[in-house]
Write a protein that binds this ligand. Structure first.
Ligand code: TXA
Ligand code: MG
Length: 321
C-alpha cells in the first residue's frame, strides 16, 4: 500500500475512535484522539496501563500549544521554538478541552510535537491532537520499530503505521515550565545541555523519586526487559555468571571477547546518539535469546548518555539499583 493510503487509513481509524500505532523520532506511540475520552480509555486498556499514569498529547505545531495549554510561561514558547518538532515534552497548565483521563486528573498536560514525517502528515490531516504513550505493554521496553509493536500489542492495535526504525531511540525529555523555571522530570532524547544553552542557565534538579513520581514513567522499575539486567562493570559481573548464560550490552568496541549472538555493542566508535538509537532494540534482542541474565555497563554521563544510563538503571535488577 502507498504511504498516502496508510495515512488515510490511520486518519479514518482515529476519527472513529480507534487506536493506531504511530512512529516518532523517539519511540513508537499508541495513539488515540486526545479529545475523545472513550478513545483514550482504549489506550489504557490495550497497554495494561494504570490510569494514574498520564499521557503525552502530540500536536502538529508550536502554535497549537495555545489551543491545549493556558498561562504558558515565555520559557515554554522559547523551548518549543528551539526544539519542536523534537524529543521534548512540555508540562503546562491544561485547557478544559483536554479530558482528565488524558492527564490522570492533573491540571497539567504534557505536550509535544514529534519529529517524524509520517506522523506530522497525519497530525496535519486530523482535526484533533493525539494522546500517545509508548506502544509497549506497561513497564516493558519501548518499541523502536513497527515490528516490536506488532509482536507485543498484536490485535489490540488496528494499524501500525510503519515509519522505519526510530532515529533517537529513547523517549522524549520531559520538562515542567513555570515562571522562568524549567524542571526536568524525565531525562530523554533531548540532552539537558541543549536546554540549558537555550534558557541560559542550569535547569532545576530532577526531583523525581520512585515513591512519589511526578512523571510516573519515572517509577524506579520501568523500561525493563523480562530477564534480570545487571548494570555495572561487565567484567566484574561476568565473574558471577556462567559465560554461556549471559547476554552483554557493551558501550564501545573496546573488548576482545565479542560473540555476536550473545553480545551487542551500542556504538563501536562511542557515539552516544548511535548508542541511544540501538539501546532498546538490543535489550529486546538479548531478552529473546537463550541466556539467563543481561549485563550492561554505564556509558559516559553526558548528552544522551544521561538518558541511556537512566534507562539502564531503571531496567536493572532491584538488588543492583
Ligand atoms: O518520546 C516520548 O515521549 C514517547 C513518544 C510516543 O512521544 N512517549 C512516551 O510516553 O514516552 P509514555 O506515556 O510512555 O511516557 C510519558 C511520561 C509518563 O511518565 C507520564 O507520567 C509523563 O510522561 N506525563 C505525561 N503527562 C504528564 C503530566 N501532566 N505531568 C507529569 N508527567 C506527565
Ligand atoms: Mg512508556
Amino acid at each position: 500500500m502507498e504511504k498516502e493510503q496508510h495515512i488515510n487509513q490511520a486518519t479514518q481509524l482515529l476519527r472513529s475512535g480507534e487506536l493506531v500505532a504511530i512512529p516518532t523520532e523517539t519511540v513508537y506511540g499508541l495513539a488515540a484522539n486526545a479529545l475523545d475520552k472513550t478513545a483514550v480509555s482504549k489506550i489504557f486498556e490495550a497497554k495494561g496501563r494504570p490510569t494514574f499514569d498520564p499521557l503525552i498529547v502530540h500536536v502538529k505545531s508550536a502554535e497549537a500549544l495555545k489551543d491545549y495549554a493556558q498561562n504558558i510561561p515565555d520559557v515554554a514558547f522559547k523551548l518549543a521554538e528551539a526544539f519542536w518538532p523534537g524529543p521534548l515534552t512540555l508540562i503546562l497548565e491544561k485547557r478544559d478541552i483536554i479530558p482528565y483521563i488524558v492527564t490522570s486528573g492533573n491540571d497539567t498536560v504534557g505536550l509535544r510535537m514529534p519529529n517524524h514525517p509520517l506522523t506530522l502528515e497525519l497530525l496535519q490531516q486530523l482535526e484533533f491532537p493525539l494522546a500517545a504513550p509508548s506502544a509497549n505493554p506497561f513497564g516493558y521496553v519501548s518499541p523502536t520499530e513497527a515490528l516490536h509493536v506488532e509482536q507485543q500489542l498484536g490485535e489490540k492495535v488496528k494499524l501500525v503505521l510503519d515509519g522505519g526504525a526510530c532515529k533517537v531511540g529513547v523517549e522524549s525529555t520531559i520538562v515542567k515550565c513555570y515562571a522562568d523555571q524549567v524542571e526536568v522530570l524525565r531525562l530523554g532524547g533531548l540532552p539537558v545541555e541543549s536546554i540549558e544553552e537555550v534558557i541560559g542557565k542550569p535547569v532545576d534538579q530532577i526531583k523525581t523519586s520512585s515513591s512519589n513520581p511526578q512523571a510516573p514513567g519515572m517509577l524506579s522499575s520501568h523500561y525493563s526487559p523480562l530477564k534480570p539486567l545487571y548494570f555495572g562493570s561487565i567484567r566484574e559481573n561476568l565473574e558471577r555468571f556462567h559465560p554461556d548464560r549471559v547476554g552483554i550490552i557493551w558501550f564501545e568496541n573496546d573488548n576482545d571477547i565479542l560473540d555476536s549472538t550473545h553480545q551487542r555493542v551500542l556504538s563501536p566508535n562511542g557515539d552516544l546518539n548511535e548508542a541511544a538509537a540501538n539501546l532498546f532494540r538490543f535489550m529486546r534482542e538479548l531478552d529473546a535469546i537463550d541466556v539467563d541474565v543481561i549485563l550492561a555497563e554505564p556509558v559516559p554521563d553526558e548528552g544522551l548518555g544521561r538518558a541511556i544510563n537512566d534507562r539502564l538503571k531503571r531496567a536493572s535488577h532491584p538488588t543492583e539499583r
